[in-house]
Design a protein around this ligand. Sequence first.
Ligand code: ZN
Length: 439
Amino acid sequence: MTPFSFSITKKLSGKLGRVGVIHTPHGDIETPAFTVVGTKATVKALSPEDVRDLVGAQAVLVNTYHLYLQPGEALIKDAGGLHTFMHWDGPTLSDSGGFQVFSLGAGLEGKGEKRILGASQDSSRAFVRDETKDPMSGQRRYGVTKFTGEFADSSDDMRPRLYNKEIALQHGKLCILDEEGVTFTSHLDGSLHRFTAERSIEIQHAIGADIMFAFDECTSPTADYVYQKEALERTHRWAKRSILAHKRDYNALKSQALYGIVQGGRFEDLRKGSATELAKMDFDGYSFGGAFSKEDLKTLEWVNAILPEEKPRHLLGIGEPEDLFIGVENGMDTFDCVLPTRIARTGTIYTHHGKVNLLRTEYQRDLGKPDDTCDCYTCTHYTRAYLAHLFRAKEMLAARLASIHNLHFIVSLIKNIRRNILDDTYPQSKENFLRTYRV
Ligand SMILES: [Zn+2]
């Protein structure tokens, strides 16, 4: 029995899109599909039964960076692996941790470009972790002022080099990049850690998800050409090392699939070059990384025209309703995105007329369904006024009911897209949806 395979059922005429099935040791994923995000081995506010029965999701994606820091991959392994630990017996994916290492550990914060600290000429400076106690709570706080060579995770060779000591000190967080990997501070307590391609695979083996991702350097799409090219070449070297690390563990090789991640920002030659390089490598599937906005979606076509057609493709971190159509047409098979649950927790729901913020005064006495065309658990039993009341009263049920609806909305939308491709009604159905849906 092949533990992992992909079969294409039907192609979307005139486009790169296709309908297929990904077979995993924990069941099939009928594609195109939306995989719900369960960052810390939980889909926020929902039980696995909610995710399966009320949302109708087929697969859950967890985050390697977060699970490594808390509770630690060793505990998940001892508990019998991710599926047993979180009580989800369907297909799972674990991302590589690359994006979080660079975004949460990066030296610059805020809405501006997150530039990575790294590749320094000066490797002679030493930095230490300092520890202070909060006078009020007595809790320990960590900050990095100088490096001593002591890492919280000491399983790997460490040769940290600092790019800009001042920025790191000023922000109290850092992300140090070198050829071998990344040294970063935990966003939880400031402690120092290190990921390499091999370490990321080792952690993902212990977590035990059906689909893993190779460790990549996730750059900002607005980064300049020289930097993107350098990062991309490093990502390709890490991709090769990720495959070797995976092949060294026979048990994992039999039960887990590994996807390579195409990077390259918005530069056509870099994206195409990345797809060409990765296509030569022995990956089970491919993923498109570094997409942050709709502008990045136009690069999907460049990449998917090159990647081997018979292997599945995942679009990392993008999954708004209007994006799904673009992604599917351009050959993506699976999607994930935190937005449906993130916006749900702050009172915003998807409807067939676009997004609605239930905290607006006009919904306080609105006794209509949250979305009048939706048949999910929330829309069947509750009104906009009731949800608005729960949000205003800061009741926990608010997040659960809104999350059930938003995930059901997205999961159903992509199931409809799949059905419409199969019965040749895709163009009309897309037009019907987008005619009323306002971004
Ligand atoms: Zn609903």
